[in-house]
Design a binder for this molecule. Structure first.
Ligand code: PFF
Length: 500
């Protein structure tokens, strides 16, 4: 598209459906499949979900609308978009600090996201070998078997620890995943990002619905439904609210210049409000449905439910330890276990594409060059930035290796111990905390302020085309006041109060 008055030659989405699918691909990721179920579980189930829905509605959707609006109106990369808008609105150029930090956040996130996606690749292989071997020996009846039949619970729980003791393997899998992300990005917006979402997202949804049905039929459906949907308001605390805001930002890919970048490829005709509602609804539905896919099979085993509901924070262990153990206890566990990890891979890949795209779009340039030259810049940008994220990711992989000399540096990352937020954290955890506890809320807060205060009411109205003034006024109040205050509190609480 030629952005008005800039001579930009940015590629555009081919249509509204393609844009929505790509944005849903960006939003739906490990945050929905892993982070949401355990944050919900850890914060009182139904009570958390009630607050989460309100947060999505009153903070998530307005900020999502703001990001798409800024991206489309500004054009170019996230940085160029904000810089151009600041100039046309007669504001200080200092506003560009937020897209710069947003790009930094998504770049740092993709460096470890790819390592975790490598673990998913490992589990796909382990499940595929399990089911494939049995299929050769026994024929189709093998598909009905539980996963890893004949192995002990300890052996299955030991798959992840064993992988963590093999840094070389972790790095190779991380390289494979990053290479796939770079390959897709190098093909551009339409033939890369859009094509990947077009293929992967429909398969993702089919797998998710299939798995959820399986889980509800074979697992403890009632217990899971009661847990997820019975609000116990006595569990509600201030920190529940702040965790809900943090989770909403993580899940909707806000505050990391991601949706802003996707907005730069939006055509004038696309309606931002309704598209944002669809993206937020799909993302939230996937989080809830993922809960319905996971909890019934976990609750089917008293040992596993005690693990998840216990005081020890399950974190990634939910996906990589509890889930394989659960599929070990279910008929058809092999088949559905494999399907589960393929689904997780697609979710992770479409999110990683969006995470790396923010910086690639910046490198690809805000320059007025012929399309062929722009395409070449994009390939080089994707390879260089993907390569750099890969190198940082090696540190993340090593930080997970227990007690080896090579890993010691990344494992107990003492250089940052002086800062309370990072105390006792390994390299991966420290980068995660920097990106999602500090940068994301900070950028999210400034994004809302920029949309609410720096962009003139007339420009925002023209861009958003609300049906009536009162809905517009509601949106403006939410981005001017409610979102910045709520997200500012998340920043204060997560980055300062809790660590101290
Ligand atoms: N929204 C995706 C997820 O939930 O996994 C990707 C993502 C975006 C993760 C932004 C983290 C983040 F800060």
């Amino acid at each position: 598209m030629a952005v008005a008055g800039t001579g930009q030659s940015n590629e555009n989405w081919s249509g509204r459906a393609a844009f929505i699918l790509a944005a849903v691909g960006s939003a739906v990721g490990l945050g929905n499949l892993v982070r949401f179920p355990y944050v919900a579980g850890d914060s009182g189930g139904g009570a958390f979900i009630f607050v989460y829905l309100a947060t999505i509605l009153f903070i998530g959707v307005p900020v999502l609308i703001a990001e798409f609006m800024i991206g489309r109106r500004g054009g170019g990369s996230a940085i160029a978009a904000v810089s151009r808008l600041a100039r046309t609105e007669g504001r200080t150029r200092a506003w560009v600090i937020f897209p710069i930090l947003g790009i930094l956040a998504s770049f740092l996130i993709v460096s470890y996201y790819s390592v975790l996606a490598g673990w998913i690749l490992h589990f796909i292989q382990v499940f595929a070998v399990d089911i494939g071997g049995r299929f050769v020996a026994e024929g189709p009846v093998a598909l009905t078997a539980p996963a890893f039949e004949g192995q002990s619970d300890e052996e299955i729980g030991g798959i992840l620890p064993k992988l963590l003791s093999q840094p070389g393997r972790m790095i190779v899998l991380h390289a494979l995943f990053m290479a796939a992300t770079v390959f897709i990005l190098s093909r551009g917006v339409k033939s890369g990002i859009e094509a990947a979402a077009n293929v992967m997202m429909p398969i993702f949804f089919v797998l998710l619905l299939g798995l959820t049905t399986f889980s509800l039929v074979t697992g403890e459906a009632m217990q899971a439904l009661t847990f997820l949907f019975t609000p116990d308001f006595s569990q509600l605390t201030g920190s529940t609210l702040l965790r809900a805001v943090g989770q909403a930002f993580f899940s909707l890919s806000l505050g990391a210049a991601m949706m802003l970048t996707y907005g730069t490829y939006l055509s004038r005709e696309t309606d931002i409000k309704s598209s944002s509602q669809i993206v937020a609804t799909a993302d939230t539905a996937v989080a809830l449905i993922a809960g319905l896919a996971l909890f019934p099979i976990v609750f089917a085993s008293p040992v596993l439910s005690a693990d998840v509901m216990g005081d020890n924070d399950p974190g990634l262990g939910l996906l990589f330890v509890t889930v394989p153990r659960a599929f070990h206890l279910m008929p058809f566990g092999s088949l559905f276990g494999l399907a589960f990890f393929v689904m997780a891979l697609f979710a992770a890949l479409t999110s990683a594409i969006a995470l790396l795209e923010t910086s690639v779009s910046w490198a690809d340039g805000d320059y007025d060059v012929p399309p062929a030259q722009k395409a070449r810049r994009r390939v080089i940008g994707a390879i260089c930035l993907g390569g750099l994220a890969f190198l940082i990711g090696i540190g993340h992989a090593l930080s997970q290796v227990p007690q080896t000399v090579a890993a010691t540096f990344f494992n107990d990352w003492s250089p940052l111990d002086a800062i309370p937020l990072f105390q006792g954290m390994n390299f991966l955890d420290a980068i995660d905390a920097l990106a999602t506890t500090v940068l994301q809320p900070f950028v999210g807060m400034i994004t809302a302020l920029f949309a609410g205060w720096a962009i003139s009411t007339s420009a925002a109205k023209e861009e958003l085309r609300f049906d009536n003034d009162s809905t517009f006024a509601l949106w403006q109040t939410l981005v001017r006041w409610v979102a910045p205050i709520a997200v500012g509190l998340v920043l204060l609480y997560g980055a300062i109060i809790v660590p101290l």
